[in-house]
Design a protein around this ligand. Sequence first.
Ligand code: G3H
Length: 538
Amino acid sequence: MQKDPKNLVFNVNDIPRKFKVDQVCLDNYLVNGKIKRWNGPFQTVFSPIEMLKNNEIEKIEIGKYPLMDEKTAIEALDAAAYAYSNGRGIWPTMTVEERAYHVLKFVNKMIEQRDNIIKLLMWEIAKSFEDSTKEFDRTIKYIKDTINEVIDLDRNSSKFSIVDNYIAQIRRSPLGVVLSMGPYNYPLNETFTTLIPAVIMGNTVVVKPPRLGVLIYNYLIEAFQSSFPPGVINIIFGKGTEIITPIIKTGKINVLAFVGSSQSADSIRSKHPIPHRLRCVLGMDAKNPAIILKDADIGLAVKECIDGTLSFNGQRCTALKIIFVHNDIVEEFIRKFTEAVDKIKIGMPWENDVKITPIADNNRISYFSEIIKDALEKGGKIINTIGGIKGFNFFYPTVVYPVKNNMKLYWEEQFGPVIPISSFNSIDEPLEYVINSNFGQQASIFGNNADEISYLIDNLANQVCRININAQCQRGPDIFPFTGRKDSAENTLSVFDALRAFSIRSAVVTKGEENNKSIIREIISNRKSKFLSTNYIL
Ligand code: G3H
């Protein structure tokens, strides 16, 4: 274990060739089907990975992206609004089969950029090679699964319902212009899990990438431009206050798809002039607890809690962010857990089996120190050997115990490698915690007693949206619903649910008189309507 972060820093000449990165000059953007050159100011991008060059520590500049202005953002919005044309544009009136064809064309082009995108994820947010690869491949799978799901949906919607002498066909139709904004910890995957369902359902989209993880778009713009009709997808870059506030204020955005902090989500949605016309699909804050019961398999709980708290430095919304352990086993758990934490591999994203890498958003490092200090002042202790060490954007995993309800670490989402542990006597104590917490995404229970586990399930089911038994919290498989209560989410995402989140049901209904039936028959057999149709994709 390297106790001095300086020893983890590579000399630029020692970076494996496969992972060396060239500077990315992202100087264009996509509006109305045209890739336009940006002539205004730029944001320089430095990697969170610091390097040694001629024996000096150096920040590595990996590229730049446009800092666009209000006028250009409005241009993008207008292009999306025109492509939608109040639901009468080419895209929203296209058949599902045709739209699926465009998405398939896009995904094939995206696959060609696999290596470039994975490498940039490693440099932009310091995600390990293994996790960056997973993020890319999982996104491709998500897109392909979405195509299959939309085809199924279309097939199921092509039938007629006959109820009480009413004949109806009920399909799902788009909502309008979607603003899609993903988070920096999953800049590709979590943007695409809203963008792709939105587009395939017939909406048009303005995409604004997160603050970190922007340069990957350098390898996607051409694929978007050549795969979709003009205006269907528009991509803009810059600061939220400059480009998001003005477009929300127009009232022309119909759906806000946002993954990030609840504070930012509130700030964006509050600027919409007619809030009830804005559907929000939000993934926000979380502080998922692990509850370790006295008969838990401690080895298993330790393993799952290591992955749950520390994968990608704990920078996952689904990460386990507080561990409650029964008093009878707390000592043994802590001993085994801290041993495992102290052995974890810390290093650069290209190193084999690395788990802890530089912190993506290095502004957060001072926050980690602040919440630890607060806990120490109130009686908590750092209980692992490497806890509290930091430097060169590394923040070593830090386990704090005992964490009590007067500490920030008990309530606040740390979103990083700081692990609070609390002990309990009665299972009602962690339950009280969940009830009083601002978050309601998921929880993990570790134990073997069916009575205790069922008591927890029944009490947690109305507090969170996924209860994991003897397993860490996570989003996948992506076919499962991903959502939350309170400050954690609004609307549900999964391959299946996202298609519903970005659409609304529209029904064509008539009474069962012969005259009406013959009108319907004529429309269907002569394929006069795209909407009222029994055609489906085989
Ligand atoms: O950051 C939140 C992600 O949706 C978590 O996804 O559980 O697959 O890491 P994950």
